[in-house]
Ligand binder design. Structure first.
Ligand SMILES: Cc1[nH+]cc(COP(=O)(O)O)c(CN[C@@H](CCC(=O)O)C(=O)O)c1O
Length: 305
């Protein structure tokens, strides 16, 4: 990803892609205390627009607050940086990665006195879990790694350091021939995927783990809440067990990168028909209508670049 043409917004300046470098003694590189966002821009009939930009920027600032990082830029500056990066790279649709990190003034556990930096990059990124998976559903394995306990890492922060847990879970699952991992919390209840929130559907009711299971408060998860309301589907947040997933009629992941990705089996147990379920398809279709600007009710969620 490092060797390409383009521009990256870095600490207030638009720099050439290949020049967007940091020193090897950068504090976050060693200790992982940084925060990031995953944001998507979609091509609408009215031009390219970033989906729920403000919510993502709000979460980035909340993540930084939780990590006791004082950001040197305002929310407005970060919003404008994201719009500019999409324009500067002439991207009709893309994935944006804002990142904030702690600089290289000194090492040692305490980063006090180190400068806090910010950057935004954007690039074209298709179906996170594959086009086929979006239609047919993917194969998921319950991870042998436990999702963070809510007081071991800060699960409402999209913190870089939280992702070693995700990386290991995802690599174990794909090494075992699956598409993604599903992590349980320290009490054994379903939490989320390595990079997604999870939903199941049973007898027409949509369920998702409540946030006490350590899942990130996903913006796409929240978008699904609105879609369920629009479709007249009851949505319940509750503790979910792995065997409730086995006997569900449908299941899917939600995320900015993953969008709405159906799950067709967990641990080689087929879920429902073993393919994308009918309600999942309705939710997925409603999602793409919204992000592509075809649903005027959600025009306020789209920020033109
Ligand atoms: C752990 C986790 N849980 C839930 C979500 C869904 O949150 P939201 O995007 O606000 O609906 C994401 C986003 N994962 C981001 C990073 C993916 C990556 O590979 O990096 C993303 O989807 O952009 C997570 O990383």
């Amino acid at each position: 990803l490092a060797d390409r043409d383009g521009k990256i917004w870095m600490d207030g300046q638009m720099v050439d892609w290949r020049d967007a470098k940091i020193h090897v003694l950068t504090h976050t590189l060693h200790y992982g205390c940084g925060a990031f966002e995953g944001v998507r821009a979609y091509e609408t009939a009215d031009g390219t627009a970033i989906f729920r930009l403000q919510e993502h920027t709000d979460r980035l600032f909340n993540s930084a607050k939780i990590l006791r990082m004082q950001l040197p830029f305002s929310k407005e500056e970060l919003n404008e940086a994201q719009r500019a990066v999409v324009r500067e790279n002439n991207l009709a649709s893309c994935y944006l990665r804002p990142l904030v990190w702690i600089g290289s003034e000194k090492l040692g556990v305490s980063p006090k006195g180190n400068r806090v930096h910010a950057m935004v990059a954007a690039w074209a990124w298709g179906a996170y879990l594959g086009e086929e998976g979006m239609k047919r559903g993917i194969r998921v394995k319950t991870s042998s790694y436990t999702r963070h306990h809510v007081n071991i890492t800060m699960t409402q922060a999209k913190a870089s350091s939280n992702y070693t847990n995700s990386i290991l879970a995802n690599m174990e699952a794909t090494d075992d021939g699956y598409d993604e991992a599903l992590l349980l919390d320290s009490a054994g209840f379903v939490s989320e995927g390595s990079g997604e929130n999870v939903f199941i559907i049973k007898d027409g009711v949509v369920y998702t783990p409540d946030l006490s299971a350590g899942a990130l408060n996903g913006i796409t998860r929240n978008t699904v809440f609105h879609i369920c309301k629009d479709l007249g589907l009851e949505l319940v947040q509750k503790r979910i067990t792995r065997d409730e997933v086995y006997i569900a009629d449908e299941a899917f992941f939600s995320g900015t990168a993953a969008e709405i990705t159906p799950i067709r089996e967990l641990d080689r147990v087929q879920i429902g028909s073993g393919s994308r379920g009918p309600l999942t398809e309705k939710i997925q279709s409603a999602f793409f209508d919204i992000v592509n600007g075809r649903n005027p009710q959600y025009a306020h969620w789209l920020t033109k670049v």
